[in-house]
Design a protein around this ligand. Structure first.
Ligand code: ADP
Ligand code: MG
Length: 257
């Protein structure tokens, strides 16, 4: 069986800025891959390339057997090497859930409506089906007593758990998390990580960018350390965090641990 995500020799430029400089990475089905690394190393850009919010400049990304769009940019000239229709991009993106640092819930909608919105609009589910699914997910993230609340009435940790439920409502095959706990007060981080751990235990394939080294140690099947647009080191948590081989990795953990 092929991996869920296959990334080979991926480069990304923003103008002259060479942000991803030959990234290789593979994530198996059911695997939790935690990406650590200093700010500006290209972690968010890599996640955004995986669901085609950004298109890569060179290399190859295959998600669930499907090749992502690719264009080559050489000295200001753009060549389309593999073009996908907007429809194909939208269809595949709807199978990839994404959770950001900022929760971006719809402020004028209740928790329940926030979670029901995408399946109704994108999947065309009827109200009863979307509601059953939303109730199930909100119960799973521990918010069965907050379904009629508005985002402003919830704590940051609760809002982020709604955001996770909202992403799961589309029944994704892959979940991407970009620093999901970085905007939270410290006492609210644990409840969000607990939901993510539960999701990992249920077999979801997850790519998680975080600074939570404890979460990486406890939950990750694979830990990736990125610096300056490159995967410097990858392996188990015990290898990468516990016994880093590269000086850049050692320096990073010496500062954060
Ligand atoms: P990280 O998530 O590891 O902090 P990012 O992927 O956000 O890193 O950013 C990597 C580099 O790319 C940074 O120098 C950032 O300023 C730059 N960058 C990110 N997005 C854009 C963009 N849309 N346009 C120009 N530069 C960008
Ligand atoms: Mg980032």
């Amino acid at each position: 069986m092929t991996a869920m995500v296959e990334i080979s020799a991926v480069h990304k430029f923003f103008g002259d800025l060479h942000v991803l400089r030959g990234v290789d990475l593979e994530v198996e089905r059911g695997e939790v891959c935690v990406i650590l690394g200093p700010s500006g190393s290209g972690k968010s850009t890599l996640l955004r390339c995986i669901n085609e919010l950004e298109r890569i400049s060179a290399g190859r990304i295959v998600v669930d057997g499907e090749l992502m769009g690719l264009r080559e940019v050489t000295r200001g000239t753009t060549t389309e090497l593999h073009r996908r229709s907007d429809k194909d991009i939208a269809r595949q993106r709807s199978r990839i859930g994404m959770v950001f640092q900022r929760f971006n819930l719809f402020p004028h909608m209740t928790t329940l409506d926030n979670v029901m919105e995408a399946p109704r609009k994108v999947r065309g589910w009827d109200k009863a089906r979307a509601r059953t699914k939303a109730e199930e997910l909100l119960t799973m993230v521990g918010l069965s007593d907050r379904m009629e609340h508005y985002p402003a009435q919830l704590s940051g940790g609760q809002q982020q758990r709604v955001a996770i439920a909202r992403a799961l409502a589309m029944e994704p095959d892959l979940m991407l998390f970009d620093e999901p706990t970085s905007a939270l007060d410290p006492e609210l981080v644990g409840e969000v990580l607990a939901v993510m751990k539960q999701l990992a235990d249920s077999g979801m394939t997850m790519l998680v960018v975080t600074h939570e080294v404890g979460f990486a140690r406890e939950v990750a099947d694979q830990v990736v350390f990125m610096d300056e647009g490159l995967v410097v080191e990858r392996g188990t948590a015990a290898e990468v965090i516990g016994n880093p081989q590269q000086s850049r990795t050692r320096d990073f953990f010496a500062k954060v641990l």
